[in-house]
Design a protein around this ligand. Structure first.
Ligand SMILES: O=C(O)[C@H](O)[C@@H](O)[C@H](O)[C@H](O)COP(=O)(O)O
Length: 237
């Protein structure tokens, strides 16, 4: 890993522009290095935060995780992405087929190597420490071969989901968690300051050779004792 960076902002209002800057800077870097930019998005409040900030981006080749298209419309209305550049799950399929279908789409988009290498993954974390649909103590955390897996016993509704696996997440060139609000304070401390090898799924996101950011607000960071960065709203990460 290139080193974890924890950046704390007074509120989402200051965090949002820095998140948008991270997306644009990693997009520029990716496009100049290999001619396209691949972005994976998880659920939660990320999409609406991004849609407020991203007014214009270069044409992007994007892949989105388990987001129904309706949720993404507000984001897509702000950025210039051709339909062919957007990969979504097909929720009309039974969950196993849905995972296979999405896995096939990803393999077509990322034909090289065992696992897709996203330029940037933006992730959220639930109050139980889950990320993507990787839940604490679930056997899916040990998956080493699949790139997308079905889950039929999610502790959080809906019970049936599909998720990217940890090897995909940890292959990314850059992963950024976004976590805001006081309800995240306890779990954030556990994940960022807990023992080595903590079982929380979010703590197992440690990109093999990519960057790792945690972008959080003051209420979420309230219990942290580790050293953090406090970038200004115009900061570049
Ligand atoms: O799949 C889901 O049930 C949610 O999308 C969930 O995983 C979400 O990403 C986290 O709960 C963080 O969401 P917030 O950042 O909005 O709290």
């Amino acid at each position: 890993m290139a080193g974890r960076r924890v950046a704390v902002f007074p509120s989402s209002a200051e965090l949002g522009p820095v998140l948008a800057q991270l997306v644009t800077s990693r997009a520029e870097k990716a496009i100049s290095a290999h001619g396209r930019f691949t972005l994976g998005l998880s659920g939660g409040s990320l999409v609406s935060m991004l849609s407020k900030e991203l007014l214009a981006l270069p044409e992007l080749d994007c892949s989105f995780t388990h987001q129904p298209k309706t949720l993404l419309n507000q984001l897509f209305s702000k950025v210039n992405i051709p339909d062919s550049g957007i990969l979504t799950i097909d929720p009309s399929l039974p969950v196993n087929e849905c995972a296979e279908d999405y896995s096939r789409k990803l393999k077509e988009t990322f034909p090289d190597g065992d696992f897709p290498v996203f330029d940037l993954l933006l992730l959220g974390m639930g109050p139980d420490g889950h990320t993507c649909s990787l839940f604490p103590d679930h056997p899916l955390l040990e998956e080493t071969k699949k790139i997308v897996a079905p889950i039929s016993d999610s502790p959080k509704p809906p019970p049936q989901r599909v998720t990217m696996t940890l090897p995909v997440v940890n292959s990314a060139r850059c992963v950024a968690f976004v976590s805001t609000g006081g309800s995240k304070a306890t779990i954030l401390k556990e994940v960022l300051e807990g023992r080595e090898g903590s079982a929380f799924p979010a703590a197992r996101v440690v990109p093999t050779s990519g960057e790792l950011f945690w972008l959080v607000d003051d209420p979420a960071a309230a219990s942290l004792t580790i050293q953090v960065e406090r970038p200004g709203s115009g900061a570049k990460l």
